[in-house]
Design a binder for this molecule. Sequence first.
Ligand code: FAD
Ligand code: DLZ
Ligand code: SF4
Length: 512
Amino acid sequence: MPKTGPRRLIVVLGDQLSTDLSSLQAGDRERDVVLMCEVAEEATYVDHHKQKLVFVFSAMRHFADELRQEGWEVDYVGLTDSGNTGSFAGEVKRAAHRYEPDQIIVTEPGEWRVLKDVEGWEKSTGRPVKTLQDRRFLCSRAEFAEWSDGRREMRMEHFYRVMRRRTGLLMDGDHPEGGRWNFDEENRKPADRSLFMPEPPRFRPDATTREVMAMIEHLFGDNFGDLQGFGWAVTRKEAERARDHFIDNVLPGFGDNQDAMLLGEDFLYHSLLSPYLNTGLLNPLDLCRRAEERWREEKAPLNAVEGFIRQIIGWREYVRGIYWLMMPDYAASNHLDAKRDLPWFYWSGETDMACIAEVVSQTRRNAYAHHIQRLMITGNFALLAGVEPRQVHEWYLAVYADAFEWVELPNTIGMSQFADGGILGSKPYASSGAYIDRMSDYCGKCRYDVKKRVEEEACPFNALYWDFIARNESKLGNNRRLAFAYRNWARMDPATKKALRTRARSFLNQLS
Ligand code: FAD
Ligand code: DLZ
Ligand code: SF4
């Protein structure tokens, strides 16, 4: 027997697919109604990879079913349903007319753009809107602001220790397990073909996913990305299977092989869990506790488990904190005054640089590349070439299944492009071909020679690296972490300097 009394409208957004979401916890399934809507505004703010669109919409549809099974009334508006206004504001207004709720409840959105939208709902519907904290994150926006307040500089490593103490993860009383907070020195081994590579589980599209695939192919057929081979989990159960596979088979090798890159090996020792964490199919703290348990059972080494947990309670929470602290101005940051257009090969993959061609083609196939590929291949190249950070940001926001602005933007603008001038991290991640050669087997299959610097056949990363160092000297010359590079540049003879810069210029001039 449904309860009578005031009815509330609970709006659940596409990255809030968690049954323990604060808005759902605040609701009453016997009385309130849940609104979920696919809207054109979200589907088009960048030209998303087709797999990302299918993943989000299929996961949303499956989540609506999950809520219905739990007894909720869910009003689900599909992208092509008649009357769909194409925006959150429009759909919330229409739903307010349908249900005449006495209150609208929503968990705070992950992104600035959507928060601005939510802030207009009270006026557009004439109903009070209650916005609740997103408790899936371990550090609230207010707590991060408090932590950062008065600090001369923010650093992830300091923040991470606070999060370790707060969660108790890998702690022995007040001390870190193993006597150190960070075991990175033992990680980051180069690629090794002889390693056994665990294959990640892929999930066969069910009828719902196939329906979404047909819709996306029809509406967004020209967007970047292949749909055949779509294998992302779209239900909580599937995401949990992916999680268990990672914990059982991949986690033990995570630390050692975190930075390795091998031709034809798209996933190596990574979890591929970011799309599920970012949409709420998996809970970050639960995942970390399961990883910790593996170490306590002596089934995974401390360097692997600590490295994995750091990415989640450290980096993931830290970049979110920076995003909310710095938005909206952060999106326009361009400390190095980079102006070049994003080269077309970021979309086509058509370049003789084997490393970039490999990462772009993998990205097209899977809507995935691992961290070092994003940071040290495509990110590094854009940084060295001086591509405008906004264009780099829009590319990353479009092409990865896990790309939501709160996490993508600080990683791109801050970590990868140093466009924030050092707010997020202390140095630009710039490197010559030598690093790529050490961590991958890409160079062996490349038309360019990684050992050469100035010749026509020389690896472009080499001259571009020195050109980057030289042209940004006024802004980076005092950076302690680049002292070695600037000392080497200062020692170089003028003819070599000139040849490097000429080679960089001629390479950049032929980019389109
Ligand atoms: P794993 O290597 O298995 O790591 C485990 C988890 O740790 C990830 O699932 C993720 O939740 C978290 N994590 C690891 N590194 C980071 C990080 N730097 N910031 C935040 N969380 C982290 N991550 C996104 O989730 N969405 C993005 O849009 C995104 N854009 C990026 C753009 C650039 C330029 C760079 C350099 C990094 C970006 N990252 C982004 C961070 C990182 O590359 C991805 O989280 C990771 O590659 C996801 O793959 P995985 O799940 O296999 O990660
Ligand atoms: C990424 C995305 C896309 C493509 N489409 C929708 C949508 O139509 N409806 C929706 O609720 N969410 C979508 N999302 C995820 C949102 O972008 C994300 O939930 C909000 O931006 C929250 O910050
Ligand atoms: Fe990339 Fe240079 Fe190696 Fe070619 S030689 S794969 S361009 S780093």
